[in-house]
Design a protein around this ligand. Structure first.
Ligand SMILES: Nc1ncnc2c1ncn2[C@@H]1O[C@H](COP(=O)(O)OP(=O)(O)OP(=O)(O)O)[C@@H](O)[C@H]1O
Ligand SMILES: O=C(O)c1ccc[n+]([C@@H]2O[C@H](COP(=O)([O-])O)[C@@H](O)[C@H]2O)c1
Length: 207
């Protein structure tokens, strides 16, 4: 699972998904837009449009799935609730991984039921350029004893571990920067898939 606000999806997300799948030999990466992101203000673009952009961005990429399951629930889109549904789909013994960028990981101890999260999945932390702040004390204690040195050690169990990953193509791209560029009438070309740019232009989003 790679969840996000995806407002809009960009190449930082998509390359991370492709490389996670390769590096961890995953069958599938479910990219799941948050309907109601729990720890940030409501996005300017509705979840249905963010899902449409994600579908356009993924195109026919093997193993990547634009998964709209969080749009089916009201209230904050807690990742534990989503992982419960993925667990139900894949069964108790399947190894599940929730991937987050380092910036999102830093706030994990503020999430809804973080201990429960580790009963449901492993957490893979993706290194992200410009985001190297040290872990807060509450997070350090949450992950004590959970860190795995490599994928083999992580996957000895179906859930409960933490793995830090430095993916080959780290990209200094953020949705915040894309929204600012669009608001200022500057180019976003080559920072996200052309199909997503075309959708944004056709709907005049982020102006
Ligand atoms: N360039 C990137 N490289 C690696 N991980 C990323 C990158 N951009 C986002 N992520 C991760 O993808 C997930 C979803 O991110 P999100 O949709 O919030 O994108 P964002 O670019 O961080 O957006 P915003 O600037 O609006 O906060 C988070 O776990 C985030 O850390
Ligand atoms: O479950 C939570 O409490 C929770 C709190 C904050 C963020 N998340 C999830 O983390 C992912 C990245 O969030 P964001 O805000 O960085 O786009 C996305 O799937 C969110 O739903 C989840």
């Amino acid at each position: 699972m790679l969840g996000g606000t995806f407002d809009p999806v960009h190449l930082g997300h998509l390359r991370s998904a492709v490389e996670l799948r390769e590096v961890l030999a995953l069958d599938r990466v479910h990219m799941i837009p948050a309907h109601v992101p729990p720890l940030r203000e409501a996005p300017g673009v509705c979840s249905a449009e963010r899902l449409t952009m994600l579908e356009a961005g993924i195109g026919d990429a093997p193993g990547l799935v634009a998964d709209g399951r969080e749009l089916q629930r009201d209230g904050p889109s807690y990742s534990t609730d989503t992982l419960v549904t993925l667990r139900r789909d894949y069964g108790e013994q399947t190894r599940l991984v929730m991937a987050v960028g380092h910036d999102a990981f830093l706030r994990l101890s503020e999430w809804h039921a973080p201990e429960r999260l580790f009963e449901l999945a492993h957490v893979a932390v993706i290194d992200r350029p410009g985001h190297d702040a040290p872990l807060p004390a509450a997070l350090e204690s949450l992950i004590t004893g959970r860190e795995a040195q490599d994928a083999e050690a992580l996957f000895a169990r179906p859930a409960g571990g933490v793995l830090r990953i430095r993916l080959p193509s780290r990209m200094d791209i953020s949705a915040t920067d894309l929204r600012e560029r669009l608001a200022e009438g500057r180019s976003i070309r080559y920072l996200l898939p052309e199909a997503v740019e075309a959708y944004i232009q056709s709907r005049n989003l982020y102006r």
